[in-house]
Write a protein that binds this ligand. Structure first.
Ligand SMILES: *[C@@H]1O[C@H](CO)[C@@H](O)[C@H](O)[C@H]1NC(C)=O
Ligand SMILES: *[C@@H]1O[C@H](CO)[C@@H](O)[C@H](O)[C@H]1NC(C)=O
Ligand SMILES: *[C@@H]1O[C@H](CO)[C@@H](O)[C@H](O)[C@H]1NC(C)=O
Length: 671
């Protein structure tokens, strides 16, 4: 059958990629339809490059016919390349017996190059055909030019036929397998919704019958909680989760599939069964200790880190919230404080001026100003006095002794959140209830943060880690405590006058956003955003469809999560001086954790954050490389934030500059 590399068509609002012949579509990004071509025996295409017809040439022609391979013969390198570009053969056999006609080795290299352009990877199978007197010569030059195999001249038809059969059963099959695998993996990685596995005509192909077009939704709520270990259990489940359906369908398909496909599907299943569909795996070549530590420190929780239970009972008491601090009277914002907040709607707003001016209550003051700008009290039907008490109550539960996670950070995140909410795209997407949820979530998102990471709390067997089963410990605590503080006292219950259903919606949204700040889910949130929002938006122009994408309930959730995530770690996108100050604070907090881990003989979660040895520039560079760049690229593509990207660029260069001078500090030494 004629085999093309891939075809791209639009179907049902998503891009459909048919990948043919061993399914190579690895460079296409929006694929949701994977077409796995069966490798039924005896279907392949062969290109014979022989300058002259002779018995060897005829031997292979006959063998191809017998083996049911489609075969083309080219007499010159030019004709060979033309033909290859068009037909894209699986197997290329080049006559290497006579150098006077053409240079077989350079032809091989050119074929490979074309193959590479077409497919993005090099795995073509080339054979060269040699004279018997060359048998003793080294194969090295041949291998270097890209031949995989040397066939010593033998025109006997059965010898040619046997050679073809062996090739097809061995290498060609393996190649198909690899490509099919690649195709499926690519689709899995890159599509956020439906994946269909079909044959190349979207129908069942002769030789094997998937009997199904596998359509499955990869992102189903709650998938990460579901871990199935035994097939028996899956089959016995009566209420099927999407993942169960998917696994059953693939299992069924495997039974009627040829080996390579079945094996490829095995690997697919293996991946689907893990919960970490979105986290890139740090390979062994990722040796940068800063990245490893940040990933280890921020992206793992106790479940994956805890090697034994020796620390479980060495419990460190978490700082439990004191009862609501006495609300100070706060009827007017003092003029000198108001002055520091004049440009709070600008990205370059200097929150440290406010921090200095307001006696450690930046969150309350900035909160009052921003909440009133967004009409939050009106929306909640709550008196302003209640909002004041609420803000003070929340702020009082931030630890001012933390060098980073104190209420200044919360105020900073609130500021970034408000800034993002004013972006045109964001406004088009969100409703007022979303805005209110975002502002509240930002305000409470780190309340009662102990200045230690989740991994630390799990290692230390803290009460919070025990309460939350080592899972999203801090984020769960922030969300839960925020509602406890709010609802335990009418004086500060900003939700008191809300209608029940609206309250439930708002509460759900706030919890979702606070939990989204957990870094173990970083790549999941970013990928979902890119796949469900950036990519579809890039593909369409008409206002109606744009609106549809922006305002669908699922997408609004993704926008809100991305918004608070970006606000939460926007420090590297702030003006340089602010960025440096925040970098100093977070490093100090991590150093303090390392100090304590050493003191208590706990595992050191982030060894690079040792105050004696740490290079702050390096840690910032790694953080930006690993977490920030992609996320803000995506957020900028959506919300249009050139000023942030400019700062990010400047700041990155600043850290690079320090690092190149081998400096470990926040700033260069004074001249
Ligand atoms: C493949 O399965 C489909 C759906 O079960 C069926 O309609 C079709 O006839 C089958 N084709 C072959 C060749 O068995
Ligand atoms: C936050 O911590 C810094 C030290 O890193 C401190 O200067 C600042 O006053 C603290 N802010 C609040 C509101 O406690
Ligand atoms: C922790 O695990 C226990 C036992 O499985 C369960 O009963 C409890 O609800 C879990 N708690 C949380 C907060 O997930």
């Amino acid at each position: 059958m004629p085999l093309k590399s891939h075809g791209l068509t639009q179907a049902r609002g998503y891009v459909k990629v048919c990948c043919l012949v061993g399914g190579c579509m690895c460079t296409l990004s929006d694929c949701v339809r994977v077409c796995v071509r069966t490798v039924s025996p005896l279907t392949g295409t062969v290109l014979l490059v022989f300058a002259k017809e002779d018995s060897q040439n005829n031997g292979f022609c006959w063998a191809c016919e017998k083996a049911n391979f489609r075969c083309n013969v080219a007499r010159t390198p030019e004709a060979a390349l033309e033909c290859f570009k068009e037909k894209h053969h699986d197997l290329v056999i080049i006559d290497h017996r006579h150098s006077r006609y053409f240079d077989a080795e350079s032809l091989c290299r050119e074929v490979l190059l074309i193959h590479f352009y077409l497919n993005g990877f090099v795995d073509l199978f080339g054979v060269c055909c040699c004279r018997p007197d060359r048998e003793e010569a080294s194969v090295m030059p041949l291998i270097k030019s890209g031949f995989n195999r040397r066939y010593v001249e033998n025109a006997n038809m059965m010898a040619c036929y046997n050679e073809l059969l062996q090739l097809e059963r061995g290498e060609v099959l393996a190649q198909f397998k690899l490509r099919a695998c690649n195709a499926i993996f690519t689709a899995l990685e890159q599509s956020q919704e439906a994946i269909e596995i079909t044959n190349e005509d979207q129908v069942i192909q002769v030789g094997f019958n998937y009997s199904v077009v596998v359509e499955f939704v990869l992102m189903f709520p709650g998938s990460s909680q579901r871990r199935h270990s035994s097939m028996a259990r899956i089959h016995s489940m009566t209420i099927e989760a999407p993942i169960t359906k998917v696994i059953n369908i693939i299992n069924a398909a495997q039974e009627s599939s040829p080996m390579p496909v079945a094996e490829a599907l095995d690997r697919v299943l293996e991946i689907l069964r893990t919960t970490e569909l979105y986290s890139p795996q740090l390979g062994t070549k990722e040796e940068d200790p800063h990245t490893n530590d940040l990933v280890g420190g921020l992206m793992t929780d106790g479940l994956r880190r805890l090697s034994g239970n020796e620390y479980i009972f060495a419990a460190k008491q978490p700082h439990l919230p004191s009862h609501l601090a006495m609300p100070l009277s706060l009827n007017d914002i003092p003029p000198h404080v108001a002055q520091t907040m004049e440009n709070e709607d600008s990205w370059d707003f200097d929150i440290f001026n406010l921090e200095t001016a307001c006696l450690k209550r930046p969150l309350t003051y900035l909160g009052l100003k921003i909440f009133s700008r967004f009409g939050v009290c009106e929306f909640l039907s709550c008196p302003e006095a209640t909002l004041r008490s609420w803000l003070q109550g929340i702020e009082a539960n931030y630890h001012s002794t933390n060098s980073y996670h104190n209420s200044s950070h919360a105020a900073d995140v609130l500021h970034a959140t408000a800034y993002f909410l004013c972006k045109e795209r964001v406004k088009q997407s969100l409703e007022q209830i979303d805005e209110v949820a975002a502002l509240i979530a930002a305000t409470v998102h780190d309340v009662d943060h102990p200045g230690r990471t989740n991994s630390f709390l799990c290692n230390a067997g803290s009460e919070l880690a025990i309460l939350y089963n080592d899972t999203a410990v801090l984020e769960s605590h922030h969300a839960a405590l925020a509602f406890q503080i709010t609802t335990r006292d009418d004086k500060c219950n900003i939700f008191r006058n809300m209608e029940r259903n609206e309250y439930r919606t708002l509460r759900q949204a706030i919890i979702d956003m606070v939990l989204a700040t957990e870094m173990t889910k970083h790549f999941e949130h970013v990928n979902k955003f890119v796949n469900s929002i950036n990519k579809p938006l890039a593909g369409i122009g008409d206002e109606e469809s744009v609106k549809g994408i922006l305002t669908s309930p699922d997408n609004r959730i993704l926008v809100k999560r991305m918004l608070i995530k970006c606000a939460d770690i926007s420090n590297p996108c702030r003006p340089l001086e602010l960025c440096i100050e925040w970098a100093g604070r977070i490093s100090e907090e991590y150093f303090a954790q390392t100090d304590e881990e050493k003191r208590q003989s706990l595992p050191v979660v982030m060894p690079v954050f040792d105050r004696n040895t740490c290079s702050i520039p390096k840690s910032q560079i790694s953080f930006i490389d690993y977490f920030i760049t992609d996320m803000f690229d995506a957020w900028d593509a959506f919300a249009d934030l050139p000023n942030l990207m400019q700062h990010l660029d400047n700041n990155f260069k600043y850290w690079k500059g320090l690092d190149e001078r081998k400096l470990h500090s926040l700033r260069p030494p004074p001249e």
